[in-house]
Write a protein that binds this ligand. Structure first.
Ligand code: PMP
Length: 435
């Protein structure tokens, strides 16, 4: 496959942008090789700068659930474009998108729009601290909630693939003051006993627990019922807020995300990705009593020049309306099931130890024996094998996330032909691999 133009652009980019990229995982650091510079996208496919067509399993890391350039989304943005780009004053579209959020998440009585998932989680934490008057927060090892200072502690995603400081010590990025990191307590995902012990020690000082309701940022990890039960019980018992970070899972696992799928009862929800349909939107919301602490109603300050941006709102409205009108979740589940079973068959045939974790349209192939239920089990995967898998797929024109510790995403534009191409590519990649 030709990569000459991508290589030239990458060389230029490295002279101008740290590592040549504006978000670390894009640099292919974990897998090596030339990151593909993308020229355009349509449906389930990307075209790179050398003209190669790639079947896309990154989906912009989650937003593109309708596939690229969905006509309803493009049309909505075009219509908004005619009316001006940004006013710094309220607009009707913000009201309409807020209504759609509440339709999907009835527990979100009030919602505030921001411009990224990072801002959503940072703001939700500030709100939880402001509301409770407490300073400690709890997060889980290997969960990722964006790059806010308090949350870059034993974080997943790019931090697990060598994009940041060290993954093992807290904080996981240089530049995060130790004093901030000390206010972030880290517990193990799917370990209800550990969480209980933490609350027994410091529960009275804990403002909030933030969690990925289905983990995507250590690869896909599925929560156990006992863990979810402990999260709800302990936060209630100690008066801490439970914050479901649905930036990745919101509108992806169900109309009402993991909250609907798993029957969760968080106090606050963070949203992003699909909410903006490919343009920069995040949100946090929840019970009115809590959300009324946010400025201008309350003392917790949070603002944004481009918050509620008309184009971004238009893309979000069109995306959610399209999803709600003809919910694709059964079709995505059917595709996912066939993909998972196909991959499992090929892996078994190739004699490679592997575990496929999947919820709906989020999937990870871990190169190790299962089960993979914790961060420790995920990081024990054979990343050399993953690398070979990744490059094998790419060689066959399938663009999988360039890290063992990320979820792959597919969209409503992925159909029979794409499934077949993927399984053929996986067969080629895996049967070539040494057992
Ligand atoms: N929370 C979760 C669960 C995420 O997956 C991400 C991004 N991958 C974020 C927060 C941060 O969102 P953003 O990159 O838009 O700041």
């Amino acid at each position: 496959m030709k990569t000459q133009r991508s290589a030239e652009l990458f060389a230029q980019a490295q002279q101008l942008i740290p590592g040549g990229v504006n978000s670390p995982v894009r640099a292919f650091k974990a897998v090596g090789g030339t990151p593909r510079f993308i020229a355009r996208a349509q449906g389930a496919y990307l075209w790179d700068a050398d003209g190669n067509r790639l079947l896309d399993y990154v989906g912009s890391w989650g937003p593109m659930i309708l596939g690229h350039n969905h006509p309803a989304v493009v049309e909505a943005i075009r219509a908004a474009l005619e009316e001006g780009l940004s006013y710094g004053a309220p607009t009707e579209r913000e009201v309409r998108l807020a209504e759609l959020v509440r339709e999907a998440y009835p527990m979100v009585e009030l919602v505030r729009f921001v411009s990224s998932g990072t801002e959503a989680t940072m703001s939700a934490l500030r709100l939880a601290r402001g509301y409770t008057g407490r300073e400690l927060i709890v997060k889980f090892r290997g969960n990722y909630h964006g790059h806010g200072d308090s949350l870059l502690v034993q974080a997943g995603s790019g931090l697990l693939t060598g994009g940041g400081g060290t993954a093992k010590s807290a904080p996981s990025s240089a530049g995060v003051p130790q004093a901030f990191a000390e206010l972030t307590l880290v517990a193990d995902y799917n370990d209800p006993e550990g969480l209980k012990a933490l609350f027994a020690q410091q529960g009275e000082q804990i403002a909030a627990v933030i969690f990925e309701p289905v983990v995507g940022n250590a690869g896909v990890i599925i929560p156990t019922e006992e863990f979810l039960e402990a999260l709800h019980r302990l936060t209630q018992e100690y008066g801490a807020l439970l914050i479901a970070d649905e930036v990745m899972t919101g509108f992806r696992l169900a109309k009402g995300g993991a909250v609907e799928l798993l029957g969760l009862k968080p106090d606050l929800v963070c949203l992003g990705k699909i909410l903006g349909g490919g343009l920069p939107v995040g949100a946090y919301g929840g019970r009115a009593e809590v959300m009324r602490q946010v400025a201008p109603l309350g003392p917790v300050y949070q603002a944004g020049t481009l918050s509620g941006n008309p184009l971004a709102m238009a893309a979000g409205i069109a995306t959610l309306k399209t999803l709600f009108q003809d919910p694709p979740y059964r079709r995505l589940e059917a595709y996912g099931k066939a993909l998972q079973e196909g991959l499992e068959d090929i892996l078994t045939y190739a004699g490679l130890p592997a575990t496929v974790n999947r919820v709906g349209s989020m999937i990870t192939v871990f190169f190790r024996e299962g089960p993979v239920r914790t961060y420790a089990e995920a990081v024990a995967s054979d990343t050399e094998r993953f690398k070979a898998f990744f490059h094998g797929l790419l060689e066959e024109g399938v663009y999988w996330p360039p890290s063992q510790f990320e979820a792959a995403f597919f969209s409503t534009a992925h159909g029979e032909a794409e499934l077949e191409q993927t399984l053929r590519a996986a067969q080629a990649a895996l049967t070539r691999m040494p057992a």
